[in-house]
Design a protein around this ligand. Structure first.
Ligand SMILES: Cc1cc2nc3c(=O)[nH]c(=O)nc-3n(C[C@H](O)[C@H](O)[C@H](O)COP(=O)(O)OP(=O)(O)OC[C@H]3O[C@@H](n4cnc5c(N)ncnc54)[C@H](O)[C@@H]3O)c2cc1C
Length: 372
């Protein structure tokens, strides 16, 4: 790799083309700034390529399948209802392709220069971007960091083979016979419910005393009931401790209610959280403050400890949800996480509004939820 000697000067450099970065890049361009947007992968980030959009596409297909099979009480019957999952996946890829193509067109229309490569800070105002063949430096007046997050990997359950993160689960080429989901947060429950609707025998192992920790029990109980109607087993207060691959599946050992048990399935999906992508960016070397969990520390304007660098999206503490910060990046104002609307795409549909504004709500960490 050869890094160019001379740095290209730019008003605003945005690192990460997810829903945080691409919206911010467009807004900066609308405000008349010269903007370079760098991403090492595809436009749209996790949300469009490996998160919100592909998951909602599969959820929507599984709902349609369920409705086709179970509408007899409305006098509607369908025969020979079948799933061609390869086709479902290729339809999902088309949906993703249309949206990422749209993002590309919007960026181009606003004059944002898109660079495919990996960014690394070599100074407070300079980033080196490397691709496989070459490299280039960019000197910026302001930088917006939006490098997102990655699935948390458990030591006893390293990703690979039959142990999947949400990324691989969304790319499965067939509907698994059985699936163990470790972690009953919204990603695990949405994906678990999707496969259960397609006919997979799903087991959810959740460490807390109920699925969807953090949501009010009156909201989560009906979701648990529906999962059970789809044949899923939910084990709460469960700690998964080990995995052993067998010829055609994987056996998971877990502890629950003082007992050690084992359950087997074709695949294991680990959805125990996400961690911010702040390693390997060189942030510490230029003095950007990062907390002990890897989140970039920012003030109310999203400014980091280095005045010209801002950080947004999943790399900042707060709910890791695309829509909670897009409004802010696009100039809508507001405090990320001050009032967060979440709509869970599961059956029955759940929606919550949470208030986390400590001034208005002094009880630390308390959230209010209500059925919408
Ligand atoms: C299965 C799943 C379902 C989800 N469903 C929803 C939902 O329904 N609603 C919702 O609001 N949210 C949902 N989310 C969360 C949502 O995807 C994230 O909150 C959102 O994508 C975060 O956006 P971001 O811009 O911070 O970063 P990301 O979307 O993670 O994008 C970051 C980008 O930065 C790039 N990058 C990282 N490091 C570098 C580097 N050094 N150099 C160059 N580029 C770099 C990456 O390649 C990536 O493209 C879901 C997530 C998952 C996994």
């Amino acid at each position: 790799m050869v890094v160019g000697d001379f740095a290209t000067e730019v008003d605003v450099l945005v690192v990460g083309a997810g829903p945080g970065g691409y919206v911010a890049a467009i807004r900066a361009a609308q405000l008349g700034r010269s903007v370079v947007l760098v991403d090492k992968a595809d436009l749209g980030g996790v949300c469009l390529n490996r998160g919100c959009i592909p998951s909602k596409a599969l959820i929507s297909a599984s709902r349609r399948y369920e409705q086709m099979r179970h509408s007899a009480e409305m006098g509607l019957t369908a025969t020979d209802v079948a799933v061609d999952f390869g086709k479902t996946q290729s339809w999902k890829r088309d949906v993703v392709g249309k949206l990422t193509g749209g993002v590309g067109a919007l960026l181009k229309g606003h004059g944002v220069q898109v660079v495919k490569g990996e960014a690394y800070f070599v100074g407070e105002d300079t980033v080196s971007v490397s691709t496989e063949e070459s490299g280039q430096r960019y000197k910026f007046n302001h930088c917006i960091l939006a490098t997102g997050s990655s699935p948390v990997e458990l030591k006893a359950f390293p990703f690979g083979g039959r142990i999947l993160s949400s990324t691989e689960a969304l790319e499965l080429s067939h509907i698994p016979q059985s699936l163990i989901v470790i972690g009953g947060g919204y990603i695990g429950v949405e994906l678990g419910q999707t496969f259960a609707r397609f006919g997979t025998k799903v087991t959810i192992l959740e460490g807390a005393d109920g699925i969807l920790p953090g949501f009010a029990p009156e909201l989560t109980r009906p979701v648990a009931k529906k999962l059970q109607q789809y044949g899923a087993e939910i084990v709460t207060g469960a700690k998964a401790t080990a995995a052993k691959e067998t010829g055609d599946g994987v056996a998971v050992t877990f502890e629950a209610a003082g007992q050690t048990r084992e359950v087997s399935a074709e695949y294991v999906l680990v959805t125990v959280g996400r961690r911010p992508n702040t390693r390997d960016l060189g942030l510490e070397s230029i003095g950007v403050a990062i907390d002990d969990r890897g989140y970039v520390e920012v003030d109310r304007q999203c400014r980091t400890s280095v005045g010209r660098i801002f950080a947004i999206g999943d790399i900042v503490k707060g709910p890791a949800l695309a829509h909670t910060f897009v409004r802010r990046e696009s100039g809508g104002g507001g405090d990320r996480g001050a009032c967060v609307r979440s709509r869970l795409q599961m059956h029955p549909r759940r929606g919550v509004l949470r208030s986390r504004n400590r001034q208005r709500r002094p009880e630390r960490g308390r959230s209010e939820s209500a059925r919408l």
